[in-house]
Design a protein around this ligand. Sequence first.
Ligand code: AMP
Length: 191
Amino acid sequence: MLNIVIFGAPGSGKGTQSEKIIEEYGVDHISTGDVLREEIKKGTELGKLAVSYIDEGNFIPDSLMIKILASVLDAKGKDIKGVIFDGFPRTIQQAYALDKMLSDRGESVSIVIGLEVDDDELIHRIVLRGRTSGRADDNAHTAKHRLENYHSQTQPLKKFYINAGKYASIPGVGDIDEIFSHIKKAIDAVK
Ligand code: AMP
């Protein structure tokens, strides 16, 4: 199976590039942000719990997030070409949990696609996206807090995956198709 982690700050283009990866490689998509937003829309207990974290730009606690990911992954069954993990892992604990979940299935992370975009551009993109996304967390104030959390809790994962020999650094600014061509080269090298 092709197990891709798409990695980067909020606004780095993970969702956009995930769509192109899915189209090219036929893998399944797990976006933890989308899963949570769906639960909020449906008004489930999980949604009610998640909304306060998300709207403030904070992370959902690891133990809960790991359980959610495990159940979404289980629901996919075994008959899939692979998965693109979008928005997970966001902490070292989640990265260890993902390794464990995959190894229990005889699988592993194939590659981590790291989209590199500087903070000013990220804030600009998030504020622009906020005009149409309807997301309460897409505004300048919350975006800054989300970026702080990204730098303190998520960015250390870059080193974790570099040390594992799995990190592909991709410049995330410029033409969408050109960015994708770099991603495709990196994925084809491990396929
Ligand atoms: P995203 O759509 O990936 O930007 O996620 C939106 C929000 O959902 C984040 O700012 C977090 O509040 C929450 N979230 C999504 N994925 C995770 C995760 N792996 N761990 C903790 N919180 C998450």
